[in-house]
Ligand binder design. Structure first.
Ligand code: MF3
Ligand code: CO
Length: 260
């Protein structure tokens, strides 16, 4: 069941998405060598609560954090911990906020200090592929057009696309229909229509596409332990011009020339 949002609901989506974007802007201030991922998690939790929102991942099917923490080879759903981030690491922080009954979902992968050039290229390509996916998200096109745009962009540059994890519809629930894979064929899948809200979230690996899920049932890493990157926006389908409801502006104001 795909829900098309009313004008009123879209206003609420905008507000939830602005709050999750600002939250990641706060996280950006702390994403440096020497900080623990638990610290990043409490920064996010407190900011969301102070602003009237709910950290939607916390307790979701038992998930233990406000943020999914994705250090280096972690693809998605990593737990906040007392691990100290070090120069050369990358850390994805994936966050979902609920505000007034609607959800905003976004993720940014931060470089910690100086990182290897090949890892920086992975981050840049992954972020660019997200925008390729967004460009493909036009009303009348299909979900497969988005996945195809992401996949083509990344594979041409010799990166691989994780298959098991997808983007998704979003609204009153964190995960709604349709599923939005980061791979696929043009012209297949559900038709995109005005009023649909979806989250596009490429998870792109430096090495092979294979992943392993830890025995806790959550934490997901690359099989070859090479780095993986993850960027995510929530958007509204709107004719030829999707409205990107989340923004990296707050993050990139903090990062300045360290932006991806
Ligand atoms: N962006 C992630 C997703 O769509 C957030 C989920 S976090 C969870 O899967 F922990 F709540 F699952
Ligand atoms: Co998501």
């Amino acid at each position: 069941m795909i829900y098309l949002k009313t004008a009123e609901e879209i206003e609420k989506m905008r507000a939830a998405c602005d709050l999750v974007s600002r939250t990641l802007g706060e996280v950006a201030k702390w994403a440096r060598p020497g900080v623990t991922t638990l610290r990043l998690d409490s920064i996010a939790r407190e900011y969301i609560l102070d602003n009237g929102g709910t950290p939607a991942c916390l307790g979701y099917h038992g998930f233990p954090g406000t943020l999914c923490i994705e250090v280096n080879e972690t693809v998605v759903h990593g737990f906040p911990s007392d691990r100290v981030l070090e120069e050369g690491d990358i850390v994805g922080t994936d966050c979902v906020v609920e505000l007034n009954g609607f959800h905003g979902d976004s993720c940014y992968t931060f470089p910690i200090g100086e990182i290897a050039p090949e890892v920086m290229s992975l981050l840049k390509t992954t972020k660019e592929s997200l925008y390729k996916g967004i460009e493909a998200a036009k009303a009348g096109k299909r979900v497969g057009d988005i996945g195809n745009a992401v996949q083509t962009y990344c594979e041409r540059r010799n990166y691989s696309v994780v298959r098991e994890m997808c983007g998704h519809g979003i609204g009153q629930s964190m995960h709604e229909d349709p599923e939005v894979p980061n791979y696929g064929r043009r012209g297949i899948g559900p038709v995109l229509r005005d009023g649909m809200c979806i989250a596009i979230e490429p998870m792109i690996n430096l090495g092979s596409k294979n992943i392993v899920i830890e025995r806790d049932g959550w934490q997901c890493r690359t099989k070859d332990r090479k780095p993986s990157a993850h960027f995510e926006h929530t958007l509204l389908i709107n004719g030829d011009d999707p409205e990107v409801l989340t923004t990296f502006r707050y993050i990139e104001e903090v990062l300045g020339n360290r932006s991806i």
